[in-house]
Design a protein around this ligand. Sequence first.
Ligand code: PMV
Length: 335
Amino acid sequence: MKISNKMKNTTAIAHSNIALIKYWGKSNQKLNIPAVDSISITLKELSTKTTVRISENLEKDTLILNNRPAVEKQRLRISRFLDLIRHEKKFDFPLEIKSENNFPTAAGLASSASGFAALALAASKAAGLNLSSFELSELARKGSGSAARSIYGGFVHMHRGDEKSGMDAVADQLYDENYWDLRLLILVTSIKEKEIGSTEGMNLSAKTSPYYKNWIQSSIGDISEMKNAIVKKDFEKLGELSEFSCLKMHALAMSSNPGIIYWNENTIKIINKVRALRKSGLGVFFTIDAGPQVKVLCLPQDISKVKDEFKNIKGIKQTIHSAIGPSVYILGENT
Ligand code: PMV
């Protein structure tokens, strides 16, 4: 196959996302099909910038992650993902990938979501494929389940789908980033990479947790209630459902054997503080992915108060304030 983009750099930007209704568990490992639907918001402040160049001169794919050569395990994961594009476009040249996150990698801030969404767009474009959002979402999902959602900005619904092939296990946009202004205060309590990745964790839960079946069944109701809350812009309801889904997912992880605990003592301290603030009348809720970082949800009029409340808490290493972010896009193509 003739590739016209051989010496061109193609750069894409994708934003991370946080699930309000969580996904945990896969129905097909190989195709990376989630066992449950999920609903997320895309995060304006957390992004990955990825540049791809197709290169005849290399022997194998190279990956520079945050300005350093990636470890072999990461490089191989990316290389297997790129094989999907090479297979589709029928070429076998290696690719040079440079990827940079503006936030800590693999610490529960969904770097794989923005990472694979940016890579799906940059690499497919570099290879001369003009994929629709639907096709990009399916491709990104094969890299990481949550990446399928980072193709879109705003409020996003990821479907587990019905097809065995996974072709309908894709995300779609419920509303764009201008629909409803919500804010998140991301409180980083540790910058260490987590010990158990989400794939390993969810596979263990599926195999060993006595609660797994109920988790799958109960998520159907959570999705329809959350969609309703978003349609009505009912913040209380959205917050309650987010906390419920978050705690349910972590309880599932904890009920695996051996139990998985993603939190540290500061995670719990923040959870308690959010609930105390709520009791005192402030509209705040929390959600947490597979890591120790807490994301505090609030309305824009409360963000300065919320920031003040968490300003002097020991154990918070970094604070990021984010609004809702846009879809993945091409930043540029140059030689
Ligand atoms: O994207 P994955 O396959 O690594 O899974 C991420 C799962 C959670 O972030 C914990 C929840 C979610 O729905 O994003």
